[in-house]
Write a protein that binds this ligand. Structure first.
Ligand code: NAD
Length: 513
């Protein structure tokens, strides 16, 4: 592990062998059962984090609730200044944090750095936003009246995140949460708890330097049981949850039962449509990166390629060629394209999916398999696979979080391809590769893709922070990050002011006394 400077990175980030997993800022505590974090890269123990007990959770909520009363009074542009300082700290610590992301989660170092860059970008976005939390002004129907709307902060925002973006998803939420005047309690994935500790250390320093109260940024750790403390907690008006559809259905029901709000960012089953007018070279690059990048563990990973029959063989052969070039190994070594899966349970799911696609009648075009031997001791490295399949296969309808790409054939017009693309329960990311304007516009039209993200001549994975990010149907409907995604973190209030000496009622109603 030391070969790639991990020890130094951990030191720079203040990550210890044993870390208190509960924090309200500079106050860190931990008495719960420790969670051990092993790297999928080399199976080494990186460190431990204590999980949060019910009593500790109570202390966190008390601190967060108190901090909110103070934080909401700080003018939004001044809150933006804190986020600016946080972004600068991230710039200083980009390399160590990117390295930890790569080592604890298993994505390539380049992708780890990219994830930290996204955090920096969303901070910059939020700083500008802190002066633009606009409402509208309307014309009142009553004389001498003024009507407008304003946005106020909500309170304590709960954040539950997945293992695959162990730092960026938190920042997408928190950068906006803080400028909006809310405070947050974050439960990172129990598979990447050290990334959570590192992020909390960074923001804690900023808050301390600015003499801000405990509780603006809080951390809790543990599995779903700790997550449930938040979903059932009436003091949390909004729970932002990123993860599987299974988790989202449980979280949504728990939050809705107390009429809270939830922001759900769940699984995808993303497809690229390849039409006869596609640029094949671009298609192959987009599809391969989309399918094998982060070892197929992105919510936006390309899982299905819907290829027109006239170019099917050509695309298939080009893909098979490209897959032969892939180098699988330690993701910290920049010569490798594909790193490990998160753990051996994920490997089992990958193997089961390959078995299932064969059983359902699929044809394996690029053979998968688990790698063994030197460099692969963790047992988490797998070969990216390609299978020819049908959209109706049960396994194709599911999201398998691994590098398995399904090839589907379509004939006739692009409408047939769009029907296949939309014919799944998930609705996150979609793409079309074509130089034909009519096909592209049809794909983007009301009768086109039903996903939250629809791209032309770009793959499905890798979004910019400037747009609102999220998906439809069982992907959960939430939007995070850019555009006007900030509105979910605030409550809207409509205000009407009467500056006359009369009291006219709305809709012309007369009420004479
Ligand atoms: P997961 O659902 O297993 O866990 C996600 C988080 O939810 C974890 O922190 C977990 O502890 C918590 N959790 C699980 N059950 C809970 C419950 N009942 N109550 C409260 N919290 C609970 O997901 P994962 O394996 O970590 O991540 C992979 C999944 O995340 C994939 O489906 C992927 O597509 C999805 N994802 C979606 C997006 C998006 O923006 N749409 C982004 C990243 C990942």
């Amino acid at each position: 592990a030391t070969d790639f400077g991990i020890e130094k990175a951990l030191q720079q980030l203040g990550v210890q062998d044993m870390n208190p997993g509960t924090s309200t800022g500079s106050e860190n505590f931990g008495s719960g059962e420790p969670i051990a974090s092993y790297s999928p890269v080399d199976a080494q123990l990186i460190g431990k984090v204590t999980s949060t007990t019910e009593e500790e959770y109570g202390m966190v909520m008390e601190s967060a609730t108190k901090a909110f009363r103070q934080w909401r009074m700080v003018p939004a542009p001044q809150r933006g200044e804190i986020v600016r300082q946080f972004g600068n700290k991230l710039r200083e610590l980009k390399e160590p944090l990117g390295k930890l992301v790569s080592y604890e989660m298993g994505k390539s170092y380049q992708e780890g750095l990219g994830e930290v860059q996204e955090m920096i970008d969303i901070c910059d976005f939020a700083v500008g936003l802190s002066r633009q939390l606009h409402g509208l002004t309307m014309h009142s129907e009553r004389p001498g009246h003024r009507m407008y709307e304003q946005y106020h902060p909500l309170g304590v925002v709960g954040i539950i995140s997945a293992f695959n973006f162990p730092v960026a998803v938190w920042a997408w939420n928190t950068a906006l949460v803080w400028v909006c005047g809310d405070v947050c309690v974050w439960k990172p994935s129990e598979k990447t708890p050290l990334c959570g500790v590192a992020c909390q250390n960074i923001i804690a320093e900023v808050l301390k330097e600015n003499k801000l109260p405990e509780g603006i940024s809080c951390l809790i750790n543990g599995d779903y049981r700790v997550g449930e403390m938040m979903t059932h907690d009436k003091r949390i008006p909004l729970v932002s949850a990123t993860g599987s559809i299974r988790m989202g259905k449980i979280v949504a029901q728990a939050v809705a039962a107390r009429l809270g709000k939830s922001l759900l960012e769940l699984g995808g089953n993303n497809a690229i449509i390849v039409t006869p007018d596609a640029d094949i070279k671009m298609t192959v690059i987009g599809a391969v990166f989309g399918a094998v990048g982060t070892a197929g563990q992105r919510c936006t990973s390309t899982r299905r390629l819907i290829i027109h029959e006239s170019i099917y063989e050509k695309v298939k052969n080009a893909l098979v060629d490209a897959y032969q070039q892939l180098r699988i190994g330690n993701p910290l070594d920049e010569n490798n394209h594909v790193g490990p899966l998160i753990d051996t349970d994920a490997v089992k799911m990958y193997e089961a999916a390959l078995e299932k696609v064969k059983k359902e009648g699929g044809n394996i075009v690029v053979e998968g398999g688990v790698l063994t031997g030197e460099g692969y001791e963790s047992g988490c490295y797998v070969k990216p696979a390609i299978a020819e399949a049908e959209n109706s296969f049960e396994i194709v309808q599911e999201e398998t979080f691994a590098p398995i790409l399904y090839l589907l054939k379509y004939s006739g017009s692009v409408e047939n391809a769009i029907e296949l693309q939309n014919g799944v329960v998930q609705g996150l990311s979609s793409a079309i590769m074509t130089n034909n304007l009519r096909e592209a516009e049809k794909f983007l039209s009301v009768a086109g893709s039903d996903c939250g993200i629809a791209n032309v001549n770009i793959g499905t994975s890798g979004a910019e922070i400037g747009g609102a990010f999220g998906g439809e149907k069982e992907t959960g409907g939430g939007r995070e990050s850019g555009s006007d995604a900030w509105k979910i973190y605030m409550r809207r209030q409509t205000n009407t002011i009467n500056y006359t000496t009369e009291l006219p009622l709305a809709q012309g109603i007369k009420f004479d006394l």
